[in-house]
Design a protein around this ligand. Structure first.
Ligand SMILES: [Ca+2]
Ligand SMILES: [Ca+2]
Ligand SMILES: [Ca+2]
Length: 657
């Protein structure tokens, strides 16, 4: 997640933007000055507005005598032979005080009930070899009894699932509400009626999982090998009057405001539809990465008014810190716990309730929830939101649990910072100064992202991109970084000052040939424009009933859109055909102000960001062979001149020899 749209104190915005920008030396002093101006706790802002929810009655003696009521159980099912056993159920209900369990065919442990009698924790041990089926559990109090529905599921066959991702993949990012509406019957669900309006950028638009499934052939034709979807958890059902923009209510169309971590957003589909999408994607050779959020919940989550434990959240809706975005304090060996406090425990944007992963019940709930989604769906990877704002010991525990049950699955953590030293600190495979290995395999390559935007859109020196790639030594594993030129948290490439489709195509040539795992943001393949969030999340043309044109088909694209689309498709084909471009080490051959030439195995990539053609002379000895013809057919064939190989690259063009 990026900065919330809600107006924040100017100094906070400055700090966030400053840290995200790549001109490190200049901004470091600024950031430090901002941080000094914001001691821990300085930004604590009691929230005065509360979502309208009925208060939960306390557990009076009279209430205890009433019959128990069970409303929900998390998780509702588990698996035999799982690495987590027993599984701890969180039961929500009423009049649960004094509960004990009566369980058949599984073993139930002691029950812990919160003071309000509204939540119970129960350990359930699933016997090895337990048959799939329903295993009703009985909760009994002095007031009576209630059934807890629970099931043991057959594990999904591992073949073709839980596959992970690596540099052989090209990932396509989709905001499900904004891509394609494949099922209009879920546009106005009974539980969340009246908050869809395609004319409003912060309302729901109707996109869904069925729409994505229907477009899998399009994505396969483009040549991507994996999808990443923004969260599909069940999100806030009403207009959000806690997060307002210019006094106007918002909605959770983006998926980052969960009200039920065990539910599928009703506007996207149901669990059966999730399974259909994942299975069909796999059948077409496309992996699936889900987005998860362990840092916070919606302000409308039932836990906010009535928590399972007193320390479930960091603070309360009435009294809490606001996140001050001082990510550098997490990676700074000289900072104190007090300096890190608001960054770890502050509420995102000042209004998203911050989960307390130091509460062992919260940690356990989140770990089980992640393994439940993987086990239910067969996904191949996870993108974890707001990585910096969660204590690192929790990440170690969470990753350890994932690796134990699904060793091939891979995770990318979102750290939206322009400083590679900060970004590299969070990648797993190293023990930090704090004694923690966060174990996460991937980070985004935002440091190179900011440099490539400056170069390929704004026309600033391409040299800065090469210099940023040269900082790879900071990372435990740069080959696992997700590389990108656009995302749902950034203005689109085509809306940068100075952007042209020639610059976009050149940026794509770089993205698809430098090290790492390329991530394509939906719509960038047709050069969609879009400013800051939410303008960067426009509907894909042709994905929605009544659209004037269908850009999923070549005939529905403008000539400029088709030019970019065909270029990207060709790049994806070249990358697929040449293993070197995916896995061979990157060797810098030539770096000048606006030219950048590198080799990967036998492939040589030459980029010219200048408005003039460039002639580049390379010592023949640095090349394995005389480079072959340009796979993109944009450059003339290289020529030999004595001990040199001469490449001629047209203006604003990249070639692959
Ligand atoms: Ca729909
Ligand atoms: Ca919902
Ligand atoms: Ca946090």
């Amino acid at each position: 997640m990026r900065l919330p749209a809600r107006p924040a104190p100017a100094r906070l915005v400055l700090a966030r933007l400053v840290l995200a920008r790549p001109a490190l030396a200049r901004v470091a002093a600024l950031a430090a000055a901002v941080a000094l101006a914001l001691p821990a706790g300085a930004a604590a802002q009691p929230v005065t507005k509360s979502p309208a929810r009925p208060a939960v009655p306390g557990a009076s003696a009279a209430a205890r005598a009433e019959a128990p009521v069970v409303e929900k159980v998390d998780p509702p099912n588990w698996w035999a032979g799982h690495s987590i056993n027993p599984v701890r159920l969180l039961v929500r209900g009423r009049h649960l005080a004094g509960a004990r369990m009566e369980c058949a065919r599984v073993t139930c442990g002691a029950v812990q009930v919160n003071a309000a009698g509204s939540y119970a924790f129960v350990d359930v041990t699933v016997p090895r070899g337990a048959r799939p089926g329903t295993y009703p559990l009985t909760l009994r109090t002095r007031g009576g009894r209630a059934e807890i529905p629970f099931a043991v599921h057959a594990a999904l066959p591992a073949a073709g699932r839980f596959q992970g991702f690596d540099a052989n993949d090209v990932i396509y990012a989709i905001m499900p509400d904004r891509f394609a509406n494949g099922d209009t019957t879920n546009d106005e669900p009974a539980v969340s009626r009246g908050i869809l309006d395609r004319r409003e950028a912060r309302r729901w638009h109707g996109g869904d999982l069925a729409g994505i499934r229907a477009r899998l052939p399009y994505l396969r034709d483009l040549g991507v090998t994996a999808l990443w979807l923004n969260p599909i958890y069940d999100n806030t059902n009403t207009l959000d009057t806690v997060e307002t923009v210019a006094g106007r209510a918002t909605t959770a169309y983006h998926g980052y405001h969960a009200i039920d971590f065990y539910g599928v957003e009703e506007r996207f589909g149901d669990m059966a539809e999730v399974r259909r999408l994942v299975d069909e994607a796999h059948a077409q050779g496309i992996k699936v990465v889900f987005d998860m959020v362990a840092n916070h919940t919606s302000a409308y989550h039932p836990w906010v008014q009535d928590s399972p434990t007193p320390t479930w959240y960091n603070g309360t809706q009435r009294e809490h810190l606001a996140n001050t975005w001082q990510g550098w304090t997490i990676a700074d060996p000289h900072s104190t716990p007090e300096m890190r406090r608001a960054t770890l425990a502050g509420w995102f944007g000042g209004f998203l309730p911050d989960l307390n992963q130091d509460d062992p019940e919260v940690a356990r709930y989140l770990v089980q929830n992640t393994l439940w989604w993987i086990g239910m769906t067969g996904i191949d990877g996870i993108r974890q939101d707001t990585w910096q704002y969660v204590p690192r010991p929790f990440w170690n525990r969470w990753m350890t649990a994932i690796n134990r049950e699904y060793p091939r699955l891979r995770v990318v953590g979102e750290v939206l910072e322009g400083d590679p030293a900060l970004n590299a600190f969070h990648q797993g495979g190293q023990v930090g100064f704090d004694g923690v290995d966060a174990k996460v395999q991937s980070m985004y390559d935002f440091p190179v992202y900011f440099a490539l935007r400056d170069a390929f859109a704004r026309g600033r020196p391409l040299r800065q991109v090469a210099l940023m790639v040269g900082r790879d030594r900071l990372y435990p594993n740069p080959d696992m970084l997700w590389t990108l030129l656009g995302s749902h948290d950034e203005p689109r490439f085509m809306s940068e000052e100075g952007a042209t489709t020639a610059g976009l195509k050149l940026a794509q040539t770089f993205l698809l040939t430098y090290r790492g795992i390329p991530l394509l943001y939906y719509g960038d393949e047709i050069a969609m424009p879009g400013g800051r969030d939410p303008d960067n999340r426009r509907d894909f043309p042709g994905g929605f009933p009544g659209d004037a044109r269908d850009a999923f088909a070549a005939g529905g694209r403008t000539p400029a859109e088709q030019d970019v689309w065909a270029h990207l498709q060709r790049l994806l084909r070249v990358r697929r055909e040449r293993a070197d471009l995916r896995t061979a080490p990157m060797v810098h051959l030539h770096v000048a102000d606006q030219q950048y030439v590198y080799r990967r195995g036998r492939s040589v990539v030459a980029l010219n960001n200048d408005a003039q053609p460039a002639e580049i002379r390379l010592p023949a000895a640095t090349l394995p062979t005389t480079p072959a013809a340009d796979a993109l057919a944009l450059c003339p064939a290289p020529r030999r001149d004595g001990e040199a190989v001469v490449l001629t690259v047209p203006a604003r063009t990249g070639c692959i020899f």
